[in-house]
Design a protein around this ligand. Structure first.
Ligand SMILES: Nc1nc2c(ncn2[C@@H]2O[C@H](COP(=O)(O)OP(=O)(O)OP(=O)(O)O)[C@@H](O)[C@H]2O)c(=O)[nH]1
Length: 787
């Protein structure tokens, strides 16, 4: 329908537009020329009117002046005394031929204002008194010629005159009378002549007196002897004596060009008025002519413009043909013709058409690929629209839903959400709505309805297809994960069992990744590290395992173990954070095989009890006597040193006793060394039995013993030691058939507050023991320094 319209083609549009543009141009030009010529015309007309007014004012001035001069000359020629003037006046006035042609009436007054002669004579007029008239009085008072204001004549209310006066003097120079000449305002002479001056067709001349502002000449008879009803500003200004250029005002109710001139010889204001429409008529004619001319030019130009457009737009049909060819044959080599812009457009369109053809080919290839992949894919593939209606689906989708692949066509257009199991439907529908709202895809596990009653566990992924144009489309991928989920469940159960197992064993177990970062620790490991699991996981194992070689005392790095002793138990010392040494058996295993854990490391730690026991024995042997099991001298000195250290801080009463067996050599000699050993063991047991458990009993060497009675007053100690003496003395040893008894000598000393070293204390006790020997043995001596 649009193509049938006259403006359906570009050529028509350009033609109409060009025509309108030309018309507008012509109208603008015509309007401009009309306004410009109107303005110029107004100036010219104003100037002309001013020139005319100047000339007319000069003419009226001349006419008035002529009458004044003639009247003055006539008055001067009289030169009579008043009586003679009265007698001869009538005859003399009749002789003034020149005056008769200039005035409508010639009048002679005596010096009192009485009319004594007139021409033409009018019956009953002689004797009239004008002594009260302004023109007479001013002539008499000033003795100079005057021109009166318009005066209405007595008895003739519609007749008004202007009276020119000149004084008449006697030979002695006295005022003898006044000679006057009157001009009728409606007489054909003077004012009638002026009134007949044509100013265009509707223009006219006006004269107002400046004193009374009465009109004495006007085109409207009714306005004569009237002051202007509404005074135009130009006239107002002229009345005030300001003589300006012509201007536009209102005359007789219509706009008019007005100009006013003041006369030189008489106080009159001459006005020239011309209706504005008449003055500006040439401008209107000019405007009309411009318009006609413009229309003519337009009519002439339109065919020319049509032809020009036709020529200009000729490349367009060519371009159209080229484009039509490319539409069907995108890769055809069509020669590009026309102007440069058309060639550019053709090139651009050709490029776009070819790009589109390329895209279509690629899309077709992709569609084919997609169809093939979709057909062969074990994964379900769906394409749905925004209303959740299936647009396409592959055979795998049908299989997953337990449907025959042959019915695939029946499922196009159905809602895919109907195939979701009711248990999963709320979650899936929620994600679908979110996808519609935000466009961001989702991925979740759900169950499908299955026609054979099973519930297939699937992994569902949905995302919006990019570049699907105006219609939104969504791609869904469905993978059957039933087997995977089952395996995952088993794996999870297995994992839980493993965790339980690892948690229940007492060995420390740590699993690291390939970078030695901790991934798993069991509870004993956490207890060993002394930090919560959150502080352990992800950190390097070396941070928590401070290992030292027990033989060399050198630090051992995990990578050294991995390199040299992977998989073998290693006896190492583990240094705790408080620098305690714990013997451990460490095994570092690197996981192998084709699994995600390949390269990860398992480190197990277990306390090395055997070595620990061995070292304990070694340490005990160093400080204890092998025969009696009591501390040896080194062990005793260590214990005594600790007591003395405590003593420095806080003094407590302690007592030291040195016990030496009497004549033990004789036992050895009689019972042999073994017998002597048995006796020594018996004495040791007696000593341990006689003292408290916190007291320290030691064998210093040979048959010499020492007892440190801790936190013990001297009296109690003495009593205990005396009981010990009795117990030793009472002890009988049977060796075979022989019987042995033994006694002991005891030296006792108190540990004093000032005692800092062991040696002086031991010396005091030794000294006491020596004295006991001296006193005959089997006795106890308190060292004097301790009392
Ligand atoms: N059976 C045995 N005898 C030892 C051991 N160590 C040292 N003796 C002996 O103990 C005896 C110590 O004798 P002395 O203390 O010198 O003298 P004594 O015979 O006890 O006489 P007095 O001390 O003066 O009363 C020596 O004969 C040593 O050989 C030992 O471990 N076992």
């Amino acid at each position: 329908m649009f193509e049938c319209m006259p403006l359906s083609t570009l050529r028509h549009r350009l033609l109409v537009l060009g025509g309108l543009f030309l018309l507008l141009l012509l109208l603008l030009f015509g309007a401009g020329a009309y306004l410009e010529s109107r303005s110029a015309l107004r100036e010219v007309q104003a100037h002309n009117l001013e020139t005319l007014a100047t000339r007319l004012a000069a003419d009226v001035d001349d006419r008035v002046r002529t009458r004044q001069v003639l009247l003055e000359q006539a008055a001067a020629s009289l030169q009579l005394a008043p009586p003679q003037l009265e007698r001869q006046g009538a005859a003399l006035v009749a002789r003034f031929r020149d005056l008769k042609g200039m005035f409508n009436n010639v009048l002679l007054y005596d010096r009192n204002g009485k009319l004594i002669a007139d021409y033409p004579g009018l019956s009953g007029r002689l004797g009239a008194d004008v002594s009260t008239q302004d023109y007479f009085r001013s002539t008499r008072d000033t003795l100079r010629p005057q021109v009166s204001e318009p005066v209405r004549l007595g008895g003739e209310p519609n007749r008004a005159v202007i009276v020119f006066t000149a004084p008449v003097f006697s030979a002695e120079g006295q005022l003898a009378g006044v000679l006057g000449g009157s001009l009728d305002l409606d007489a054909p002479e003077f004012f009638g002549e002026l009134k007949n001056i044509a100013i265009g067709q509707g223009g006219f001349l006006t004269i107002h007196t400046l004193r009374s502002r009465l009109a004495i000449l006007h085109a409207d008879a009714g306005s004569v002897m009237q002051a202007p009803v509404s005074v135009d500003p130009l006239l107002q200004r002229a009345f005030k004596g300001i003589q300006g250029p012509a201007g536009v005002g209102v005359s007789r109710g219509v706009p008019a060009l007005l100009v006013y001139q003041r006369l030189r010889n008489v106080p009159w204001l001459l006005g020239v008025e011309q209706p504005l429409h008449e003055a500006m008529q040439p401008a209107r004619l000019l405007g009309r002519n411009y318009l006609l001319l413009g229309l003519g030019v337009l009519l002439l130009l339109l065919p020319l413009a049509w032809w020009g457009m036709y020529r200009l737009l000729r490349p367009l049909p060519r371009l159209q043909a080229q484009l039509a060819r490319w539409r069907h044959e995108p890769y055809a080599a069509v020669p590009v013709l026309g102007c440069r812009e058309m060639q550019d457009i053709a090139h651009e369109v050709a490029a776009a058409v070819r790009r589109r053809a390329d895209c279509e080919r690629q899309l077709a290839a992709r569609d084919a690929l997609f169809d093939t992949l979709s057909e062969e894919s074990p994964m379900g593939v769906l394409v749905v629209d925004a209303q959740a209606r299936l647009q396409s689906l592959n055979p795998a989708s049908m299989r997953l839903a337990g449907l025959p692949a042959a019915e695939i066509g029946n499922w196009i257009g159905r809602h895919w959400l109907d195939e979701i199991h009711p248990d999963s439907l709320p979650q899936v529908a929620g994600q679908w709505q979110q996808l519609l709202a935000t466009g961001s895809g989702f991925e979740l596990l759900c169950r499908l309805q299955h026609r054979n009653g099973c519930q297939a566990m699937v992994e569902l992924r949905f995302s919006e297809l990019a570049g699907s144009g105006g219609e939104r489309r969504f791609l869904g991928l469905i993978s059957d994960v039933s087997a995977r989920e089952e395996a995952r469940g088993k794996l999870q159960a297995e994992r839980e069992r493993s965790m339980l197992l690892l948690g229940s064993i007492s060995d420390v177990v740590v699993l690291t990744n390939r970078m030695d970062e901790i991934e798993y620790v069991n509870p004993p490991a956490l207890a060993l590290f002394g930090v919560p699991a959150s502080d352990v996981l992800g950190r390097l194992l070396g941070v928590f395992l401070n290992l030292v070689c027990p033989e060399s005392g050198q630090a051992v790095a995990l990578r050294d173990i991995e390199r040299d002793a992977a998989g073998k138990p290693l006896a190492l010392d583990l240094l705790s954070r408080d620098m305690r040494v714990q013997p451990v058996l460490l095994t570092l295993s690197v996981l192998t095989g084709n699994s995600p854990l390949q390269g990860c490391k398992v480190v197990t730690l277990r306390p090395d009890s055997e070595r620990q026991h061995r070292e304990l024995l070694q340490r005990r042997a160093a400080s204890h006597d092998g025969l009696t099991g009591l501390r040896n001298r080194r062990g005793f000195l260590a214990a005594l040193g600790e007591v003395l250290d405590d003593n420095r801080v806080h003094y407590q009463p302690h007592v030291l006793a040195i016990i030496d067996l009497d004549h033990f050599k004789a036992v050895n000699d009689s019972a042999g060394h073994e017998g002597g050993d048995l006796l020594l063991q018996d004495v040791a047991r007696i000593m341990q039995r006689q003292v408290r458990s916190n007291d320290i009993v030691a064998r210093l060497g040979g048959d010499e013993f020492a007892i440190l009675l801790c936190h013990c007053e001297l009296e109690v100690a003495e009593r205990t030691l005396r009981e010990l003496l009795q117990a030793i003395d009472a002890h009988i040893v049977y060796l075979g058939e022989r019987v042995f008894r033994i006694s002991a000598s005891i030296g006792v000393t108190m540990i004093l507050p000032q005692d800092e070293r062991a040696q002086p204390v031991l010396s005091r006790a030794d000294d006491g023991c020596y004295q006991a020997k001296q006193r005959g043995r089997n006795c106890l001596v308190l060292h004097a320094g301790a009392l």
